[in-house]
Design a protein around this ligand. Sequence first.
Ligand SMILES: [Zn+2]
Length: 341
Amino acid sequence: MMECKTMKTGRLIALLMAGVFAVPAVADEPPKAAAQLQAATKIAGADAKAMPLFLCKPHAGFVIRNALENGSKIRVEPTMLFDNLYSISSQFVGVLAFTTSGGIILFDGGQSEAEARDFVVPGLVKLGLDPKQVKYVIGTHGHVDHFGGAEYWQRTYGAKVALSKEDWTIFVKPAADSKLPHHDFDVVDGQTLKLGDDTIKLYVTPGHTLGAVSAILPAREGGKVYPISLLGMAALPPNLEPNDQASGLLAYDKSIQRFKKISADAKAVGYYNTHVFAADVLPRLAAVRARKPGDPNPFVVGPAYVDRYYDIVHTCTVGAEARSPEDNAWNIPIPPGTVIE
Ligand SMILES: [Zn+2]
């Protein structure tokens, strides 16, 4: 996560004086941002309550910081989503393993070497997968919580490690116990990656960073293909315009609208985000583990639902554009007594 400035002092004092408060009840929320929350809630409707409406709320940063500080410590049971798609994750962030006849592609590599070695590797083994088969680690973006463990896979298993060219420029400091990987290759927008009998398509979607990587993955179950839309970014960038760390909200929105169309053209029937707290992935992971034979796969939601997911992210992005960068910040300290919604 990127360092961010504290929020406006006046508001902080007001919040502290209020004691316990619900995050959305902030008086000086710009009307445009409040209207976008309403619009997103309408899009979510009754059947989509778990969609990422928090992105629309003032101080979404509290949700993100809470997930980082607390969710990181809670490990989710390693989960098989489809015959060729597996999740090993904390409640904050994790890796998505796509298996092929020629080996495994990991999206993200763990927050650190310790996490990769002591959690992701045993997680793969628990799922019946062989860590030696990891051929690629594709960073969804160059923040340490996604890519801190990447070098471990390169050194230990000879996996090829990649980010977009833009994001190699921001991944300059690994986790404390970890090293920087060599640049095996740069992900280029629209590139295909072939491994075994499978070919996946990768896209560069700037916004959250300078060049996040998103993908369309052919998940399989019972001989059928279920295209899954993997968005390589979650938190909205605080800034409107680009800076040296992130392309900003305007670029984020453009990427969301473009990737929505790419996902629709690919007939994506589901979506995933390695930030499992941010895209209603967590409840689906629990549901897929509890699934009984014959039950539908909770990750298959249909193209219209995928569309609505991206519409909500777009709607919230437009709302965030009305706020100051300080009020969109991710890493603000959480005032005691705050209710995280
Ligand atoms: Zn990030």
